[in-house]
Design a protein around this ligand. Structure first.
Ligand code: GLN
Length: 463
């Protein structure tokens, strides 16, 4: 599947019709799902030919996949969970509404770790998604289905969601671009809540320009989300430029346990940036080591509160004929999978009487320190921070199951930007033993245009 810009050109000139693109997508999906180890990017999809009423808009006729924790009226929204089995939303998420208004064709709902909780897409009740570059490995998560759908050439772009890295980490594992916008840039209306102070809709695409285009369509204020910003949308013309930029490189993101192949690809990327006129400057983000723990306290606490709404009364599945209301809750909520239960239990414990100040408040303080680290670096004249996206390339299916702490470790470089609410992007910087490796760029709040310009510059420099 070609990037959106060239598909749009071909559609405009009449060289291809929207149905041709859908046929190509269907063929790519058939290839992806063939054989004994199907990639299985979708929970539900519809790639059949349609009657195209809208021929205008920035994404006219472009097929887009949507992570299955983002509400759509024409597909069920399951969150990869048995508790939402058979649930179809009565409304589209704002991001989806805006895609449709721009002429995009929503072709399916992609697989994810249950409620976005995970880093491998192994915690979906609908089975694993496999990495298109090596089917014995995970695609990352929780937006693993969206990353795999783009990497397998089924769609040029997909929506994912980010709480602590769920767009950037799978993008790195699958060799595609993944963008997490500034917190508040995109409406969360219709994105099923995991941890509301961290959740954002993000984009996965093949190129920086495509990610920027889809982002510009879904972003902007929405009266249905009071945390969505009224700020002007950033202008990005698609051109990359590194000349005169200052790129900060934090030592904390190059620890001893960093995979040597990832380290050398990062070094090579930095040399390319320098050759294009960037100045590389060592910086420090000293509170990085607090980020994973603070994140799991805050995300767990918020998740335990947000997921209380799945009680058998309001949404989705409900226990049949429970003897008492207590049984209704218990039998219904027993449908949550192991990782979701772990987070609800942790969060409930942390918020219970007497624990609040010990854990939650301290985690909030740590979050503030992590955030200030970024503020100091950007205030010192650094345009963007460059780091590896993950400590190592995609791991094997089953490698971290049963060891939550080691699974959480794969997010160590993505979680800090999430806590700080700053925009960050992962882009492919090469391969280690046939597996894609991602580099991460992080900018200050609301600086998406700068982020895109620098990322596009690096993307070109690496060609
Ligand atoms: N992998 C992280 C977690 O398990 C982040 C998930 C996300 O960003 N949705 O919480």
């Amino acid at each position: 599947m070609q990037p959106i810009a060239s598909l749009a050109r071909s559609l405009h000139s009449g060289a291809i019709a929207p149905d041709d693109i859908l046929r190509e997508a269907a063929l790519a999906l058939a290839v992806a799902d063939s054989g004994p180890d199907p990639i299985h990017p979708f929970i539900q999809s519809n790639l059949t030919e349609r009657s195209f009423i809208r021929a205008t808009g920035a994404l006219a006729g472009i097929p887009i996949a949507v992570k299955d924790n983002i509400a759509t009226v024409d597909f069920p929204t399951t969150c990869g969970s048995r508790i939402l089995e058979g649930y179809t939303s009565p409304f589209d998420a704002t991001a989806v509404k805006r895609l449709r208004a721009a002429g995009a064709v929503i072709v399916g709902k992609t697989n994810l770790d249950e409620f976005g909780m995970g880093s491998s897409t192994e915690y979906s009740v609908f089975g694993v998604t496999r990495n298109p570059h090596d089917r014995s490995r995970v695609p990352g998560g929780s937006s693993g289905g969206s990353a795999a759908a783009v990497a397998a050439g089924i769609v040029p772009a997909a929506l994912g969601s980010e709480t602590g890295g769920s767009v950037r980490q799978p993008a790195a594992f699958c060799g595609v671009v993944g963008l997490r916008p500034t917190y508040g840039r995109v409406s969360r209306s219709g994105l099923i809540a995991f941890a509301s102070s961290l959740d954002q809709v993000g984009v996965l695409a093949r190129t920086v320009a495509d990610a920027a285009l889809v982002q510009s369509v879904v972003a902007g204020h929405d009266q249905r989300d009071s945390t969505s910003s009224r700020r002007q949308l950033p202008e990005f013309d698609g051109d990359g430029d590194l000349d005169g930029t200052v790129i900060g490189v934090p030592g904390e993101y190059f620890p001893d346990h960093l995979d040597p192949g990832v380290r050398s690809l990062c070094r090579a990327a930095l040399r390319r940036m320098e050759a294009c006129g960037a100045t590389i400057r060592e910086v420090s983000l000293p509170h990085t080591r607090l980020a994973i723990t603070a994140y799991h306290v805050i995300a767990g606490a918020e998740a335990s509160s947000n997921l209380a709404r799945f009680d058998g009364v309001r949404y989705g599945a409900s226990a049949i004929d429970p003897p008492t209301p207590g049984d209704l809750y218990e039998l219904t909520r027993a449908r949550f999978g192991p990782e979701v239960k772990r987070r609800i239990l942790l969060g409930t414990h942390l918020l219970s009487h007497g624990h609040g100040s010990a854990h939650y408040q301290r985690a909030q303080k740590a979050r503030a320190l992590v955030s200030l680290d970024f503020d100091y670096v950007f205030a010192s004249g650094v345009d963007a921070i460059f780091t590896p996206t993950t400590p190592a390339p995609a791991f094997r299916i089953g490698e971290h199951i049963g060891d939550p702490a080691s699974m959480y470790g794969s997010d160590e470089f993505t979680v800090p930007a999430s806590l700080a609410g700053v925009p960050a992007l992962s882009l492919p910087i090469g391969f280690r033993d046939g597996l894609p490796v991602g580099g991460q760029l992080i900018c200050g709040r609301w600086e998406e245009a700068r982020l895109m310009r620098i990322a596009a510059g690096l993307e070109t420099a690496l060609l």
